[in-house]
Design a protein around this ligand. Structure first.
Ligand code: G3I
Ligand code: 9MR
Ligand code: ZN
Length: 547
């Protein structure tokens, strides 16, 4: 059936606006909610592209700026209802922030704030330190990682970092109200976003050992069956320390201290001293300590090939926050090491410039964000700016190769492809707002958000509760068993993955184009799971968009 593919949520008044048609047509019309025609235009034929595999055309209605709700018509096809206005993303923004609240672990959810999605306290027992004969440790709290109930230090640190860099660059995040319990601070209460992030920071603090190092994760030995979190009673294990986790925590605690100091001085001081404790451990342990799952354990591994990008991030973040030259020198040393690694790597777990990679594994780009925040007049800053601008240009060029204006290539459609996209949108956003402002960067961000919210060949919005055809069946344990029809709103799906790495995913028709390697099915953990670090880059990007 002929389809009009567009952003199902809406468009900001002065942004670019387009729909993609998967059929040939000459013209299109837009009607308001009274059925009156308000705009008409000619359709531009694009042709077939590699990522959608379809012969598409584009209907551009950027000139329509009047606030309202509309539908687009072309031939026999019509779009869903969409909005134009400057508040079209208000609900989305609240929803994507509130998601973290719903993912809270421990005794934190209350009916008052969670409503029907309330669950009883979960994962309250102390965790056994795997392979060591020491007392079990209290590591309660934080956020469940994803559709599973694991809590992973590197994943948590990166999610927090996306949000907190968002706060540093775009203050408007501090004004988002999403109805969570108040947290007192020195002069009143914390802004909601900082209250929510503190939940994860408090948990990550518990993941740090006396000697400064950080346990890689706390999970049951194997993934729980589909149960409510409070019914997952398996023994919890703290799996060994990794240098990646320790470095990520040093980086993110330093970053956090730079924000919380304005609200809760004492708390910020503990964050900074914990960051330094982690950093000192790294200095005393220069050898990488990578992570592999224990034999027979199948919870998330979050393995990385090296810890250099993490050490770069830690040094850059601590330098940004303290101004101490030693950290700067360390950042330069790690930068050189990472360049050498990047040059010699036979296979890379990332696309593009490594110094723009924004996690979960490759985190050098997060260090670069600290360099950009510091914005000193030096060679390092100039180089990072060049690298971001270069990457942004590569992404803009990608967007010209498909009818969707999407900055992705076929090889980006891996597990969590929506995060690949969102990381790219972070780069475009930061380049536009902090380095060189260009219309083409803004348009690439808009096109990316359009894709996420429905302008894609699946005709689906990848954010629950946002868009008429939003996905509804995330691989998410509570949602799968809670007997509530809809998942809570604001969850970002992992999205299409040409790897089709779970049994159910094999039902996707063979030979499907990258954009179509998706199935909105609860079993599809490799296509349709959710995670904290797929939501967090969207928080950053929306903050930049609405600044
Ligand atoms: O790096 C390679 C790249 O070189 C190659 O071109 C590409 C093509 O297959 O694959 C890339 O590797 C993928 C890697 O993610 C890169 O991010 C792997 O195939 C893919 O299997 C791997 O998926 C990860 C998945 O765990 C399995 O390990 C996801 O990124 C990661 O988000 C996901 O994380 C899970 C946790 O383990 C548990 N909790 C849920 C969470 C989300 O599904
Ligand atoms: O539910 C798990 C999901 O969170 C993970 O991303 C995924 C990969 O680690 O694993 C899922 O759990 C599956 C397990 O690995 C194998 N048996 C089926 C489980 C899901 O139903
Ligand atoms: Zn829990």
């Amino acid at each position: 059936m002929a389809k009009v593919l567009l952003n199902q949520v809406g468009f900001i008044k002065n942004s670019a606006k387009k729909a993609v048609l998967d059929f040939k047509a000459a013209d299109f019309q837009i009607k308001n909610d009274k059925g009156e025609s308000v705009f008409s235009g000619k359709v531009q034929h694009f042709g077939t592209d590699e990522i959608s595999g379809e012969d598409v055309s584009v209907a551009d209605f950027s000139e329509l700026t009047k606030e309202g709700t509309y539908k687009l018509f072309s031939g026999d096809a019509e779009s869903v209802t969409f909005a134009i206005g400057d508040n079209v993303y208000d609900k989305l923004m609240k929803d994507i922030c509130k998601c973290f609240y719903f993912l809270r672990c421990g005794d934190a959810l209350t009916k008052e704030y969670a409503g029907e999605y309330y669950h009883k306290p979960c994962h309250m027992t102390k965790a056994t330190v795997y392979g060591e004969d020491v007392d079990p440790v209290d590591v309660t709290g934080g956020w469940h990682d994803a559709g599973d109930y694991g809590r992973y230090s590197t994943a948590g640190a990166v999610a927090v970092a996306h949000i907190l860099y968002g706060v540093r660059f775009y203050k408007n995040l501090l004004d988002v109200k999403f109805n969570i319990p108040e947290v007192k601070c020195d002069n009143g209460t914390l802004p909601d976003i900082l209250a929510e992030v503190k939940v994860e920071l408090d948990f990550l603090k518990k993941m740090q050992r006396e000697n400064g190092s950080v346990w890689h994760k706390v999970t049951t030995f194997c993934h729980a069956p589909f149960l409510m979190p409070e019914d997952d009673k398996g023994e919890l294990f703290l799996f060994p320390v990794s240098s990646m986790a320790t470095a990520d925590i040093a980086a993110v605690f330093a970053l956090a201290s730079s924000i919380y100091k304005d609200y809760d001085k004492a708390y910020a001081e503990t964050l900074l001293s914990d960051a330094k404790r982690a950093y000192n451990w790294l200095k005393e342990n220069p050898e990488e300590k990578l992570f592999k799952n224990a034999e027979g354990s199948n919870t998330g591994e979050y393995g990385e090939a090296e810890d250099i990008s993490n050490r770069f991030w830690a040094a850059a973040s601590l330098y940004e926050v303290t101004g101490e030259k030693d950290y700067y020198e360390d950042a330069l040393t790690q930068k050189e090491r990472l360049e050498a690694f990047d040059k010699n790597a036979t296979s890379k777990g990332y696309q593009g410039d490594v110094f723009t990679c924004l996690g979960w594994a490759e985190v050098a780009g997060l260090g670069s964000l600290s360099v950009l925040l510091k914005n000193e007049d030096n060679a390092l800053t100039d180089e990072i700016k060049k690298r971001f601008a270069g990457e942004a240009d590569r992404l803009v060029a990608n967007g010209k190769k498909n009818g969707f204006g999407l900055c992705m290539e076929a090889k980006d459609f891996i597990w969590g492809s929506n995060m690949e996209l969102l990381k790219y949108l972070m780069i475009l956003t930061v380049t536009d707002t902090e380095i060189t402002s260009k219309e083409e960067y803004k348009n690439a961000v808009t096109a990316g958000i359009d894709y996420l919210l429905g302008c894609n060949s699946m005709d689906v919005s990848y954010v629950t509760g946002n868009g008429e055809k939003a996905f509804r069946n995330p691989h998410l344990r509570p949602t799968a068993v809670d007997d509530i029809e809809e998942p809570w709103p604001g969850l970002v799906s992992g999205g299409p993955n040409v790897g089709l790495q779970d049994e159910r995913a094999k039902e996707v028709p063979a030979g499907s184009a990258p954009m179509k390697c998706y199935y909105d099915h609860v079993d599809c953990y490799s296509l349709n799971e959710i995670t904290i670090y797929w939501n967090s880059p969207l928080v950053f990007v929306m903050a930049g968009l609405l600044k």
